[in-house]
Design a protein around this ligand. Structure first.
Ligand code: SF4
Length: 327
């Protein structure tokens, strides 16, 4: 591991003072960053521990919550307000990792965790994300876990977080603070598609620190998070679906939010499916048609074509379940 200097920040100002340099990184629970440092993929010269910064969950005036970026995943999933008002968030976290990892991992770190593409972690492999311009061995390699939506010729990696899929469905926002002050980022704009620059994964700028996640007032309707993975114990999603469905007494869809994990370089908000479902009678045919429309542009690689049908079926099954509960 490359030698580095360690600072522990007591507050946001202290974190920014030491974390603004180009070779500095903020350290949350370290459940991803430390692994990347051990592998030599990340080589910061300065680590700024921010686990003591922004550690509260607070109610806000519009009926939502403000979640400090230093809140652990365990604290978030066990918070009574989260479990009762945003069960989708608690379920996504519990699906994401073991209790030991959840105890360490922070919300801010969860948002910034990096892909689990095996070629990204293999220094012998070509990887545009690790070494821009070097190529992408995943495209012609073993690509069962890779993206089917929104990928590029430069990178076909998927986003690994479960929590982020729930936050995308809930229209969360993120506050970052940096040398140029504070700004708010809509969750849909936080993570980026790979394009020609897969090394750029988020819109957070160098030196900026994520300090909070804002959840708007809970949406009306029932919600679910379903994760399909290779084994029953913890594994990254092949496909996951975060959904909120509001169906009226006339069985017409009043509102729906859908976000997909395991299929793209970022949490994939299924806006095409949502638009097809609003105002439609909530039945199997409508769910299947919306799911098919969302996957219509999917571009499978050699090993991951199964994800298209898996995503279609998982979307339809989750909506069916939620519509059934609402009946
Ligand atoms: Fe690297 Fe992306 Fe290709 Fe994986 S898919 S090898 S992360 S460029």
């Amino acid at each position: 591991m490359t030698p580095f200097t360690y600072f522990r920040a007591d507050d946001t100002a202290g974190a920014l003072r030491t974390g603004a340099g180009a070779d500095a990184r903020y350290l949350g629970g370290g459940t991803n960053l430390v692994d990347l440092m051990r592998e030599g993929i990340e080589r910061p010269r300065t680590l700024v521990d921010v686990t003591a910064v922004s550690t509260e969950i607070e109610d806000n005036a519009d009926g939502g919550l403000v979640i400090g970026a230093g809140v652990t995943n365990t604290a978030l999933a066990s918070d009574r307000r989260v479990r009762t008002r945003y069960p989708l968030v608690a379920r996504a976290i519990l699906a994401g990792a073991s209790a030991q990892i959840r105890n360490m991992a922070t919300v801010g770190g969860n948002l910034l965790q990096r892909t689990r593409c095996t070629y990204f972690y293999d220094e012998a492999a070509a990887c545009n994300k690790r070494v821009p311009g070097s190529g992408c061995d995943a495209r012609e390699g073993f690509n069962r876990i890779h993206a089917i939506l929104g990928a590029s010729s430069a990178c076909v990696a998927t986003h690994p977080s479960d929590l982020c899929i729930a936050l995308a469905a809930l229209d969360a926002e993120v506050t970052v603070v940096g040398p140029d002050g504070e700004r708010r980022i809509a969750f849909a704009d936080l993570h980026l598609l790979p394009g020609e620059t897969p090394e750029r994964e988020t819109s957070v700028r160098q030196g900026e620190l994520i300090v909070a996640v804002h959840l708007p007032a809970p949406p009306v309707g029932r919600s679910a998070y379903r994760k399909v993975r290779d084994r029953a114990s913890y594994a990254f999603a092949l496909v996951s679906v975060a959904a909120v469905l509001d169906v009226g007494e006339d069985r017409v869809v009043r509102d729906v939010r859908l976000a997909l994990g395991g299929v793209a370089h970022k949490p994939w908000r299924a806006t095409r499916a949502e638009a097809m479902l609003r105002g439609r009678f909530a039945d199997e045919a409508a769910f299947a048609a919306a799911a098919a429309a969302e996957l219509a542009d999917a571009a499978p690689l050699r090993d991951n074509g199964f994800k298209i049908e898996l995503a279609r079926r998982t979307i339809a099954a989750v909506l069916h379940e939620l519509a059934g509960e609402a009946a």
